[in-house]
Design a protein around this ligand. Structure first.
Ligand code: SF4
Length: 563
């Protein structure tokens, strides 16, 4: 019989596990809407390890009951603060489909079943923390908090909502990846200092706080177009990384500090090499689908230069790319080999965009006014490193014990095309039969609104991919990801996209109906009914019209898929 793993290798989740470490009190309690998987792809466990490395005593409560504060209280009152995250996804996105129907599955929960976290988890968990630990500072973080840091449109209630900080009544909200900001929160509270002004945070400010004013919550309520102004300003704020943004909500003022500096390569290496067990807490008896997806994958890069208007990355990680060193990635491969169940296959070496590993801006990104490094065409200041990326993949593949290395993260075909040898090398050696690409649409006006590249480049890529496969005798396919019901897209545009598939005899397999997730530029366009220049656009707003657009591509049988 296989030996049960020693739970003291995980951050404590029970009193008994605290006692086993000789602890009587935590410094910091982290609460998450995901199951606890001690793996660097999971945000809260990663931050827990970062704090632990700084000497703090950290415990985790994952997916607590929300009808009583008892689960939060089970580790006792922490000395410094309670950190709250809804998990790796916004809780509303995790729970509802593009057509606002309840999902039955949740990849971040044991058994893959929905129902282990509440709707609007940040608000619910903060209430529980207030009940369990009156007077204790409560800090929000994670994607739900990050993307809802200012007034935002909420698709699920079809309403404009205030900053999550007001609705959750937390003391502070952290946005972005959080390592630097969270450590600073811990240090300041440890030293008895106030929390105001930490980079990567938002707080409720005094009326005389200096900064640049975004349109207020009430301005946007009165004129939805102002949400676009606010969202574009937030996007620039992340890129410029300077100055405080202010947003009035009635007679109260939200202040948003500039983002935290991205980690350096050495810092990113160090974070990924913290002593993760790389496994779910041994208390779980059922598999966790999200863990199975990332178990043998390696995160190599953070950030994405794409700036696609529907993607939350631009407001969360930002466009400033940071890559891990090849040596650190190699060390991670060696760690993987020691994990139970290792079969010799690395399923992915990537990140938001795999072939942007090693890319960097040769100008000063803080002075950049572009919304994308890749659209409408590659910025001449972006220096890519695709040959080095290919060399890295080859180096990993040569490592003893490694049978295959695959790239499962998306790649940017427009970037790849700039170096046909890269496309050939990737296709020959690192595509496991299917290559996921995201042209998203074929109609120029829709692509422009998405900030997506010329569709002609996608066709060019397909030809090159097919040629290489012919040359090396492999049968491999591109899986194109496309989107329906994007703001500005009409039913005629969807038919045009459908025609492209029909001409090739392809069945569209990956069609996502646009979901106006909080905080993105596309969501602001959806709400405002105009493009960023203020020109009116058609918006498929009702569920019926959204379903019609979707059905124009997939028919009525196939349910929309989460992505
Ligand atoms: S200058 Fe070019 S590469 Fe640098 S951030 Fe701006 S768009 Fe990206």
């Amino acid at each position: 019989m296989r030996k049960r793993p020693d739970s003291t290798n995980w951050l404590p989740t029970t009193r008994a596990e605290m006692t086993a470490r000789g602890w009587t009190q935590l410094d910091i309690l982290l609460v998450t809407g995901d199951a606890y998987v001690d793996h660097p792809s999971f945000g809260v466990p990663l931050l827990g390890r970062v704090l632990e490395a700084r000497g703090y005593r950290v415990g985790i409560v994952a997916q607590p009951r929300w009808d009583t504060p008892a689960d939060l209280a089970r580790l006792g009152r922490p000395r410094l603060f309670c950190g709250i995250s809804a998990g790796c996804l916004d809780s509303m996105l995790a729970h509802y489909t593009a057509f606002r129907k309840k999902r039955r599955d949740d990849a971040y929960t044991p058994g893959g079943l929905a129902g282990a976290r509440p709707n609007r988890a940040c608000i619910v968990y903060t209430n529980l923390a207030r009940q369990a630990f009156p007077g204790l500072p409560v800090v929000l973080g994670g994607i739900e908090a990050s993307l809802r840091r200012a007034a935002h449109y909420d698709f699920w209630s079809d309403s404009l909502r205030r900053s999550l900080l007001f609705d959750a009544k937390a003391d502070l909200l952290l946005y972005g990846m959080g390592e630097r900001s969270l450590v600073e929160v811990a240090e300041r509270l440890d030293q008895g200092r106030e929390l105001v002004g930490i980079r990567g945070s938002a707080w409720i400010a005094s009326p005389d706080t200096p900064g640049d004013h975004l349109p207020s919550y009430e301005d946007i309520l009165a004129e939805p177009r102002r949400l676009l102004d606010a969202t574009l300003a937030l996007e620039q704020h992340v890129q410029r990384a300077e100055g405080v943004l202010l947003q009035a909500h009635g007679n109260r003022l939200l202040a948003i500090a500039p983002p935290a500096e991205p980690l350096t390569t050495a810092e990113l290496d160090a974070v990924h090499e913290l002593p993760f067990t790389r496994a779910p807490h041994p208390g779980y008896t059922q598999p966790i689908p999200a863990y199975d997806m990332v178990r043998w994958s390696i995160t190599a890069v953070r950030g994405c230069g794409g700036g696609c208007s529907f993607c939350s990355l631009a407001l969360h990680q930002g466009r400033r790319l940071r890559s891990r060193s090849a040596d650190s990635i190699l060390r991670e491969v060696r760690t993987l080999q020691a994990c139970p169940g290792w079969s010799g296959s690395i399923s992915d070496v990537g990140g938001p965009t795999a072939n942007l590993w090693g890319a960097r801006c040769t100008a000063d990104p803080a002075r950049c006014t572009r919304a994308s490094c890749l659209f409408p065409r590659l910025c001449p200041q972006l220096k890519t490193a695709q040959k080095d990326y290919l060399a890295l993949l080859r180096r990993l593949a040569r490592e003893s014990g490694v049978k295959h290395v695959r790239v499962a993260s998306g790649i940017r075909f427009d970037v790849a095309l700039a170096e046909p040898e890269f496309v050939a090398g990737l296709t020959r050696d690192f595509v496991g039969g299917q290559l996921k690409l995201a042209p998203e649409h074929s109609v120029p006006r829709v692509l422009e609104l998405m900030r997506k590249t010329d569709f002609g480049l996608f066709d060019r890529f397909l030809k090159l991919f097919a040629e290489t496969n012919r040359e090396c005798g492999r049968e491999q396919y591109v899986i194109p990801y496309v989107m329906s019901a994007f703001p500005g897209c009409t039913i005629a545009d969807m038919r045009s996209l459908g025609e492209w598939f029909r001409q090739r005899g392809w069945n569209p397999r990956q069609v996502q109906c646009f979901i106006p997730t909080p905080g993105t530029v596309a969501t602001a366009m959806f709400h405002a009914g105009c493009d960023p220049e203020g020109r009116p656009i058609h918006v498929a707003r009702t569920d019926r019209e959204r379903e019609d657009q979707h059905a124009a591509l997939v028919g009525r049988r196939s349910p929309p898929q989460k992505r």
